[in-house]
Write a protein that binds this ligand. Structure first.
Ligand code: AMP
Length: 539
């Protein structure tokens, strides 16, 4: 990893990157934590040359804010970047970025977006952010820039700015990373005492409560906001003498007074909700009723530290498309995910099995393409959610439940012959797309994200190294009593299968351009599910 501090060195290094390489960029203010790390890791998997910048930008701090106290553990940050595979780290000084004593040019995004939410309390903040981000984009010229959804207003403003100014960069928003307690990670969490940290869980707890109400059908924004405010008023929240203070002059106070409040006990911790608002996620304009998607954003003081958080609420349930090489855990993950989300697991295999069963039930020869084509033309095929993990989906054909019948060896032996027929494939793809139109499905299978659902809101390419997949397979085989198979043979087999899968003519294994690659080597199924759920929040 190369570390540069001057603009000229940065430009020299960027000019050396081959045009065929994709540049990924993660701008930060340092004091890196797992939230930053998640952006860097995503950049490393999705692009060829990752640049990180660390710069505490004075232009985005208000007069009474925490510019001087802001943590700057540079050596530690360098080690993190190096370990994550960053190629170039840019750590300029303030004078390098803003050299002249004169006023600098300020980028001013639309007032409608900068005067709401945090903008109301942090005047000039988003102009400062827009200015530094524009400068950094001009210097780094990234193909993709990664930002955290933690700062939802920042992401929306930068997306609008790059579109309006025709800056050729894809602005990728990434999920909020939280502690187990729900507290969103932030460099400012370092200001919190342990008691304050415990109290700070109130932000996400209150948002989650509103989110639950939304999931249960509440669409009225006033009512949802009330739920959050109630949570701040509830008796388990120790309030200061003044009680809840929703619209006082907090913006005049400093962000970190560093006074004696920090030293007070748990019951004396000052908790003040600065704002909670529900807005349209892209334009940030206030909503009264949620008809599609909404951002519910909050800022609150815990002691003297100002924290922010948000969640996205979406009415239409998305399509989740999972693809990836054999043995990476696709079907286990798909089933679990569908069950946990209450979505339909679109088991494409079960669909082909059902048709095969019908063919055999009608005594049609599995090679008789013509008869099979007319049989499938009017077939009624239903997939229904199943609560039982052993049974991926309930399957009905022409009204008859055949969930068990389709798993018999009789069907298994013939299914590939039926599935290979173009009339069957066309009908099944059309049926799958019909399911997709209703939303709320997890679909898994070859070409699912490229051909069947090219517009799926969330595409995951689930993968693992041949070594990791072979180890899992070995354990499975050993559990089934097979003991004379060695790891190297399995690795070889998996590598050969990957090669065949990715080079074959029909529906080759290929990651969709817009799919998120998830490498499962060191992840448990639970961790994979949690990761996918966190991506889901953003769609
Ligand atoms: P900062 O250093 O605070 O300017 O943050 C740099 C980037 O990291 C921004 O895009 C933030 O939104 C992102 N970020 C900060 N905290 C988190 C978090 N908890 N989860 C995800 N991204 C985050």
């Amino acid at each position: 990893m190369l570390i540069v501090t001057s603009i000229s060195e940065l430009q020299r290094e960027i000019s050396r990157v081959s045009p065929s390489q994709k540049i990924g960029f993660v701008p930060t203010m340092g004091a890196l934590h797992s939230g930053h790390e998640s952006l860097i890791q995503r950049a490393v998997t999705e692009t060829d040359f990752v640049v990180v910048s660390i710069f505490v930008n004075p232009l985005q701090f208000g007069k009474n804010e925490d510019l001087d106290q802001y943590p700057r553990p540079l050596e530690q940050d360098k080690a993190i970047c190096k370990q994550l595979g960053v190629k170039l780290l840019f750590t300029p000084s303030v004078t390098e970025i803003y050299p002249s004593e004169e006023e600098t040019t300020i980028v001013n995004p639309p007032t409608a977006m900068t005067s709401v939410l945090c903008g109301k309390y942090r005047q000039g903040h988003f102009q400062g952010v827009a200015t530094i981000v524009t400068k950094l984009f001009n210097l780094v010229r990234p193909n993709v820039a990664y930002f955290g959804q933690k700062d939802a207003q920042q992401v929306a403003i930068i997306q609008k700015m790059t579109k309006d100014l025709n800056i050729p960069v894809k602005v990728q928003s990434c999920p909020v990373i939280r502690e187990k307690s729900g507290l969103a990670l932030s460099s400012r969490n370092q200001y919190l005492s342990s008691e304050e940290k415990e109290k700070a869980t109130l932000l996400y707890r209150s948002l989650s409560k509103a989110q639950r109400a939304f999931q249960e059908g509440q669409r009225d924004c006033q009512k949802l906001l009330q739920i959050v405010k109630e949570e701040f008023r509830s008796p388990q929240t120790p309030l200061n003498k003044g009680g809840l203070n929703l619209d006082n002059s907090l913006n005049k106070e400093s962000l970190n007074l560093n006074d004696s409040l920090n030293k007070k006990g748990l019951n004396d911790i000052n908790i003040q909700l600065q704002y909670v608002e529900i807005v349209e996620p892209k334009t940030l304009q206030p909503l009264t009723e949620i008809s599609d998607s909404a951002l519910i954003a909050i800022a609150a003081y815990i002691g003297n530290t100002r924290l922010i958080d948000n969640v996205i609420l979406t009415v239409t349930k998305p399509i989740i498309a999972l693809d990836g090489p054999a043995g990476a855990g696709k079907s286990t993950v798909s089933r679990r995910l569908a069950r946990e989300l209450g979505y339909v697991y679109l088991d494409t295999g079960a669909m082909y099995r059902a048709i095969t069963w019908l063919v055999m039930e009608n005594n049609i020869n599995v090679e008789d393409e013509e008869s099979i084509a007319s049989l499938v033309a009017n077939v009624q095929l239903e997939l229904l959610p199943s609560d039982n993990l052993q049974i991926p989906v309930t399957v009905k054909i022409n009204g008859q439940d055949i969930t068990k019948e389709i798993r018999t060896p009789r069907v298994t032996n013939q299914v590939s012959k039926v599935a290979a027929q173009s009339a069957v494939r066309e009908k099944m793809v059309a049926l799958q797309q019909e399911y997709g139109a209703k939303g709320g499905i997890v679909a898994e299978g070859r070409d699912i994200g490229t051909n069947v659902f090219p517009h799926a809101q969330l595409k995951i390419f689930l993968t693992a190294t041949p070594q990791a997949r072979a180890k899992r397979r070995l354990i499975d085989l050993q559990n089934q009593g097979e003991s004379n198979i060695d790891l190297d043979t399995l690795i070889k087999e998996i590598e050969e299968r990957d090669y065949l899968d990715s080079t074959r003519a029909i529906a080759p294994l290929k990651k969709a351009e817009d799919a998120i690659e998830l490498i499962t080597d060191n992840l448990t199924i639970d961790q994979v599910i949690e990761k996918i759920k966190s991506y889901l929040i953003l769609v």
